[in-house]
Write a protein that binds this ligand. Structure first.
Ligand code: GDP
Ligand code: MG
Length: 167
């Protein structure tokens, strides 16, 4: 199995940290799929015969004022519909305007979304985790929810399993 996955989330939630933990090799043409050139590949996760190609999604950063521009909006949405799955990264216990905006977008999209609740290691009170997950789950339908710590590499492997199952 081989497929494309976009990692989205507001700035500072830990997307780059997660990407670094996920990626074992950097290659330009991991797949012979024709749509490769339509995505900017950030890295590849290989597990046995399965391969996830992690791609950039232009314009999905909610801090970009141009997000409201119709053209960019259309480009990003087309990209999100062109991948096999989307990883929506949020920070445990912190829901902000950028998260809300992205959730609305993803709810309107056509691809399965896996919710990553990152930075669980930062939670002083672990009891806030379940209510927070419930809160976010109310925003849209998620294929799966994976709490993890990208920084410490905790629970990152189950995320890979979930994503491969999407393909
Ligand atoms: P991005 O803007 O979404 O790409 O976020 P970064 O990957 O650059 O991370 C933003 C900050 O959060 C950095 O200081 C990271 O070290 C920190 N960070 C990322 N993941 C975790 C995590 O799981 N736990 C903790 N405590 N900090 C994290
Ligand atoms: Mg980053």
């Amino acid at each position: 199995r081989c497929g494309y996955v976009a990692i989205v989330g507001r700035p500072n939630v830990g997307k780059s940290t997660l990407l670094n933990h996920l990626v074992g090799e950097k290659i330009a043409a991991a797949s012979r799929k024709p749509q490769t050139t339509r995505h900017r590949i950030r890295g590849v996760v290989t597990r046995g015969a399965d391969q996830l190609v992690l791609v950039d999604t232009p314009g999905v950063d909610p801090s970009t004022p141009k997000l409201l521009g119709k053209v960019l909006n259309r480009t990003a949405r087309a990209t999100l519909d062109d991948v096999d799955g989307v990883v929506f990264v949020v920070e445990a216990g912190r829901w902000e305007a950028g998260d809300e905006q992205l959730a609305g977008w993803l709810a309107a999209g056509r691809r399965p979304v896996v919710l990553v609740i990152n930075k669980v290691d930062k939670l002083k009170d672990k009891d806030v985790l379940l209510p927070f997950i419930d809160q976010v789950r109310g925003k849209l339908d998620f294929h799966d929810v994976v709490p993890l710590s990208a920084l410490r590499g905790v629970n990152v492997d189950p995320l890979v399993t979930t994503l491969i199952d999407l393909l």
